[in-house]
Design a protein around this ligand. Structure first.
Ligand code: TXA
Ligand code: MG
Length: 332
């Protein structure tokens, strides 16, 4: 299915051309694709997701050769990053050309561009021949899907191209190139170390518009209600916290990075789940594991705090948002 001429791809591209929405795999998470030049198609994406109209979408393109159709200017740093990381898990926010629909950009004069590496996404984009506005394929506020069956569970009516489990599992890193310095708006699957290395000595601003201009405040309806309430707890306090909640009669589960003895003599018999010890493996499986855990309907999930080193930034970012109850920001 990874050739642009494959019948499944051809049919999906034709559906996109006629204004339909098609879900497709990327190396980060699955996306809900629509023709970025077709306002009605883009409106369908917002409607399907239940997403506010001022929350911009990423335009997916085959590669840097297409960027000029969307961006009014491509600064040198953007050229360097595209050459180095496209196709891949990096989204660049650039000044938008006038003709780019402000429906896609959430009313802003900048446009987010990404060239996904996944072969099915590449085949689809080549066959379609244009840009695909594509948010993660989850209803607003729910976990991003990393497998085709996750998308189907959210949108049973939708055409979903199955490209297997996503190999990165966390959304792309978003870098804005609008001011004098690159700014990381969202940590993600591309590490900060890789960005720094590619940009040489250039200073990078950290911290996104999410924090600076919260477009998705907690004031919005709590779409995340079905998700298990989650707390991130330092390893040394995990057992005591679990005991405390368990003693109150709450159904508690624990998510850790390794098996090992509990640091407490009085162990509560709570279910334990595991994720890999390194940041990449952890990030790859985090959303899928949280979905599995949700099925049990625990009252509380205690997540053993991962390390705070920079290569854990994206994981810690998603966990912190989930813990604040802002799942709509974790997985908008
Ligand atoms: O890995 C990914 O990026 C996935 C896959 C499907 O490509 N897509 C994804 O899309 O995560 P979405 O819509 O769930 O998240 C897009 C993020 C939002 O936080 C949005 O605010 C930001 O990109 N964004 C889009 N356009 C922007 C712009 N012009 N300026 C600032 N942020 C922008
Ligand atoms: Mg999302």
């Amino acid at each position: 299915m990874s050739a642009p001429t494959d019948p499944v791809i051809l049919a999906a591209a034709a559906a996109l051309r006629s204004g339909d929405v098609v879900a497709f795999p990327t190396e980060t998470v699955y996306g809900l694709g629509a023709d970025a030049r077709n306002a009605d198609a883009v409106r369908k994406v917002y409607a399907l997701k239940g997403r506010p109209a001022d929350h911009p979408l990423i335009v997916h393109v085959t590669g840097r050769e297409a960027a000029g159709q969307w961006a009014a200017a491509i600064p040198e740093a953007a050229r360097v990053l595209m050459a180095r990381f496209w196709p891949g898990p990096l989204t660049l926010v650039l000044p938008a050309r006038d003709e780019v629909s402000r429906l896609v950009t959430g009313g802003q004069d900048s446009v987010a561009l990404r060239a996904p590496r996944h072969p099915v996404a590449q085949a689809l984009l080549k066959s379609f021949g244009g840009g695909l506005a594509a948010p993660s394929a989850n209803p607003f506020g729910r976990l991003s899907p990393t497998e085709a069956r996750h998308v189907r569970s959210y949108f049973p009516e939708l055409t979903v191209l199955d490209g297997g489990p996503c190999c990165l599992g966390l959304e792309s890193t978003i870098v804005a190139l609008l001011g004098s310095r690159p700014r990381v708006l969202r940590p993600g699957a591309l590490s900060l170390a890789a960005l720094r290395e590619a940009l040489g000595g250039m200073a990078i601003d950290l911290g996104g518009t999410d924090a600076a201009q919260p477009r998705v405040p907690g004031a919005l309806p709590a779409h995340y209600a079905p998700a298990t309430p989650l707390e991130v707890v330092p390893a040394e306090r995990l057992a005591r916290r679990a005991e405390g909640l368990w003693a109150q009669g709450l159904r508690v589960a624990v998510l850790r990075r390794r098996c090992g003895p509990w640091q407490s003599p009085a162990l509560p018999p709570v279910p334990r789940f595991l994720l890999p010890t390194g940041p990449r493996g952890y990030g790859r499986l985090l959303y899928a594991r949280l979905r599995e855990i949700d099925r049990f309907g625990f009252d509380r999930l205690l997540v053993e705090a991962p390390p705070t080193e920079e290569d854990w930034w994206a994981v810690n970012d998603r966990l912190a948002r989930a813990a604040r109850g802002h799942l709509q920001e974790v997985a908008s």
